[in-house]
Design a protein around this ligand. Sequence first.
Ligand SMILES: Nc1ncnc2c1ncn2[C@@H]1O[C@H](COP(=O)(O)OP(=O)(O)O)[C@@H](O)[C@H]1O
Ligand SMILES: [Mg+2]
Length: 234
Amino acid sequence: MVDIEKIKTGIPGLDDITMGGLPKKELVLLTGTTGTGKTVMSTQFLYNGAKAGEKGIYLSFEEPEAYLRKSAAVFGWNIPALEKKGLFSFLRYDPYRISDVLDILESEIRGTGATRAVIDSISALGLYVRNDAELRRMIFDIALTLRKLDCTTIITSEIVHGKPGISRYGVEEFVADSVIVLYYERARNLAAFNRAIQIWKLRGSPHSNKLHSYTITGKGIEISKEEAFIQTTV
Ligand SMILES: Nc1ncnc2c1ncn2[C@@H]1O[C@H](COP(=O)(O)OP(=O)(O)O)[C@@H](O)[C@H]1O
Ligand SMILES: [Mg+2]
């Protein structure tokens, strides 16, 4: 069978359940409720790439870059050292001119030759635009722009807890070639919450169809081969 080209994320277990990593130069939607680890996983993806010499760009609509640097340091990821080497950069944008953010992202990716990018999160982008229609148009434009570039991109999207569906605006999953869902839910008859990850779709590639358990430790995200038991809302 001919499989499409993939890039290794370097995130323990993720390259196994995706059978080789994320589809190269494509868009991946990473979705889940708050606290599931979307920001940790996105940072880990860029950090691992940068350590191997692949330039990465982080566009954050959620956390300020100083906070992201600080929380990465807790995992032992030295972002400032990579920034100095030009292997990692945070994209600066003007919230009052949010319509320009795509042009800035495109020129930054082209200018630096970045091969990995993260947009975190598309839901927080909603704070800066006037209405849902405008946000949907922006999501489509982001996807169109990124498709032209030689970059593998993770776009995060926040699900509202208890609401069915894997995206907030109902369009995010249609613009992405691949969708990964993170859960943090209570298992049936258990008091504790469990973490679980599902590869929802992976364009042109086989992947695990299991719900896998994962942990966030002092080293970041680690995905297990074991099946997870949770009550999902979707
Ligand atoms: N150093 C750490 N050790 C263990 N768990 C951590 C650490 N840092 C963060 N976490 C876990 O990750 C969660 C936050 O993940 P985050 O990526 O910010 O979520 P999201 O972006 O999906 O809202 C925290 O609630 C905590 O459970
Ligand atoms: Mg986050």
